[in-house]
Design a protein around this ligand. Structure first.
Ligand code: G16
Ligand code: MG
Length: 215
């Protein structure tokens, strides 16, 4: 029987991908580098610097380490301005209901997001206090699909990975959950999330998820 739910942020709890896209797009336009929604798909769940590397693949110019740091910081500034406007209304359907149902069952809730801005986003969504543990993305060395972030979440909850359910919207995230040894719930397209143990369109299907914690 599972004792904790470990959530991804972007694409599961709220749609910050839209803001990441707009912030990267603004930077890419300034650099005169081609960037579109398809390239953006590759950035999901991937860290800030790794994302910048993917964007710069389309540039003929080479950038020094310092220039890259500067560009990543610039994008983060745009992103931070955008997430200031996030409120409760930006919670994806079913999230709040699921959190309260989990709390009612004594199930622990953790966050495994690659975003260093995750604490600000949780605060603005009004759900920060519902988490038992939020992984500090700045301390994670290897990004998803590496299992590190999920293993750190389990360890800090004082649980074995096998006692946790991981919830993700990206293929890399599902791979990370499986490699950590957790039960993987995919949210979104069953085709993209075929390695998950269970796939749901969204979190509105409370019963399917809660069943994992009731049995
Ligand atoms: C999120 C996004 C990624 C983003 C990463 C780092 O991961 O999906 O696109 O690059 O965080 O974000 P930041 O620049 O704010 O540190 P996740 O794990 O929440 O899906
Ligand atoms: Mg995600």
């Amino acid at each position: 029987v599972y004792k904790a739910a470990v959530f991804d942020l972007d694409g599961v709890i709220t749609d910050t991908a839209r803001f990441h896209y707009l912030a990267w797009k603004k930077l890419a336009d300034e650099l005169g580098v081609y960037f579109d929604e398809n390239i953006n798909e590759r950035l999901k769940g991937v860290g800030r610097m790794e994302s910048l590397e993917i964007i710069l693949e389309k540039s003929p110019r080479r950038f020094s380490r310092d220039e890259k740091e500067y560009l990543a910081e610039k994008k983060n500034g745009y992103y931070k301005n955008m997430i200031e406007k996030i409120t409760q209304k930006d919670l994806l359907p079913g999230v709040k209901e699921l959190f309260f149902a989990l709390k009612g069952r004594g199930v622990k809730i953790a966050l495994a997001s690659a975003s260093r801005n995750a604490p600000t986003v949780l605060k603005n969504l009004g759900i920060a206090e519902l988490f038992d543990y939020v992984v500090d993305a700045g301390r994670i060395k290897r990004c998803k699909p590496d299992p590190e972030i999920f293993l750190v979440a389990a360890e800090n909850l004082g649980l074995k990975p096998g006692e946790c359910v991981g919830i993700e919207d990206s293929a890399a995230g599902i791979e990370a959950i499986k490699r950590a040894g957790m039960f993987a719930v995919g949210i979104g397209d069953p085709e993209i999330l075929k390695n998950a143990d269970m796939v749901l369109r969204d979190l509105k299907n409370l019963r399917a998820i809660l069943k994992l914690f009731d049995d």
